[in-house]
Design a protein around this ligand. Structure first.
Ligand SMILES: [Zn+2]
Length: 404
């Protein structure tokens, strides 16, 4: 077990306070800090602190995969850590995006390799050959757009907007209220010529202002569209936002984003765990590369509300159950002096997000204060956590191994 030092990523949409505060550094930070990466992603691996000083977790795993990952994890996922843990701090909306399935990622990666698109090119969609299901668990109130809303509700929203320029689009969806109709409407919108978009968007936004002022049903959705329109003028993502579930998570609540789920994070601080991949297809709300045809290829147009996960009690933890094998996220809420023993197979990361906790495994002891994380390699049969005098909140991520 070793103390871990995450890698801070700076993006314009990040916060100058949240990650600095969490990790005990001066506030405000000189740059907006968007993400703290804890894992062994080649793009920005975390460092582990050993007796010989800090070293890259990626290098450590590559040097001794058997010790760090163990036989079961290697057998199932190869010689790489299958997950990546992040803290995400957004003060502004992130891009509208979706992630490919395992097969789509494999095919897409192979196709771009054949076309010799450099792996670090901004035009590159598939930087690796893996899927990237995501699970996001809120640390503060967290607003997000996730998955297509029930179609009858979207028809009701577009009706409530009462925008003459949308009459034709509304009729399209109301006439075919199924995933094909939704695909047709979304495709129409996202491929609108600039001149048409420049006429439609101001009209829709004006109707959104009227709807927000009436403060009835869909006022929150209208306000989100207005905010997106202010932040990303002329962006088709503003229209797309009207089709998506708008969710506000409370601390401890989570959503799972499977392959093909169209989503955009709006604001808040959260813990996020994902399969260890960087494959993102963007549709707007970003200065980054947008590839509409490829996005349309991977999107899932199934519509419905997005389930909010609160974690199933198992032992002393709440486990956020998902169908993804690459990761398993759980949360421990410990009162003052509480003791919890975690037995596990495979490699795990522990992140303390409140209070402090003393970890021990065999001869090794480690104090995790708020914002600190620890790497526990596969060989450790159990880790015992003892909370400090104010209690502690600890997130635990590990691989979902077949043996369990
Ligand atoms: Zn995503």
């Amino acid at each position: 077990m070793q103390q871990m030092q995450g890698a801070v990523r700076s993006y314009a949409w990040g916060s100058r306070t949240a990650i600095a505060e969490l990790t005990g550094r001066p506030v405000p930070s000189p740059h907006p800090e968007a993400e703290l990466w804890m894992g062994a992603h080649p793009g920005d691996p975390a460092r582990i602190l050993g007796p010989d000083g800090p070293r890259s977790l990626l290098a450590a795993i590559e040097e001794n995969p058997q010790f760090h990952l163990g036989a079961a994890c290697r057998h199932q996922f190869g010689d790489r850590l299958p997950y990546l843990l992040k803290v995400l701090a957004a003060v502004e909306p992130l891009s509208l995006q979706a992630h490919p399935s395992a097969q789509q990622a494999k095919d897409g990666f192979a196709a771009e390799e054949r076309r010799s698109v450099p792996r670090d090119s901004p035009e590159r969609n598939y930087r690796d050959e893996y899927h990237k299901p995501e699970l996001l668990c809120a640390l503060t109130d967290f607003d997000a757009l996730a998955g297509f809303r029930r179609i009858d509700h979207t028809v009701a929203l577009l009706t409530a907007l009462n925008c003459p320029q949308l009459t034709h689009h509304l009729a399209l969806l109301a006439g075919q209220p199924d995933p094909q109709g939704l695909r047709a409407l979304f495709t129409t919108w996202i491929t609108l010529p600039r001149s048409a978009l420049d006429k439609l968007l101001p009209a829709v936004l004006k109707s959104c202002v009227d709807l927000a002022e009436r403060d009835g049903e869909f006022a929150a959705e209208a306000r989100t569209a207005i905010e997106l329109g202010e932040r990303y003028p002329g962006d088709v993502g503003v229209l797309a936002s009207l089709l998506l579930n708008r969710v506000t998570l409370r601390a401890g609540e989570a959503i799972f984003l499977p392959a093909g789920n169209l989503h955009a994070y709006l604001r808040g601080v959260a813990v996020e765990v994902m399969a260890n991949s960087d494959n993102v297809l963007r549709g707007g709300l970003t200065p980054k590369h947008v590839d509409v045809p490829e996005l349309l290829r991977v999107l899932d147009f199934a519509a419905g509300s997005v389930p909010v996960l609160t974690g199933s009690p198992q032992g002393g933890e709440r486990v956020y159950l998902t169908p993804t094998r690459e990761f398993r996220l759980s949360r421990l809420e410990l009162g003052p002096g509480d003791v919890s023993t975690m037995t596990h197979l495979g490699p795990q990361i522990l992140l303390c997000t409140a209070g402090e906790v003393r970890l021990s495994s065999g001869e090794t002891e480690l104090l995790l204060t708020k914002g600190c994380s620890a790497w526990s390699p596969a060989g450790e049969p159990s880790v015992t956590a003892v909370a400090g005098s104010d209690g502690a909140q600890v997130f635990r991520v590990r691989a979902g191994l077949d043996e369990e």
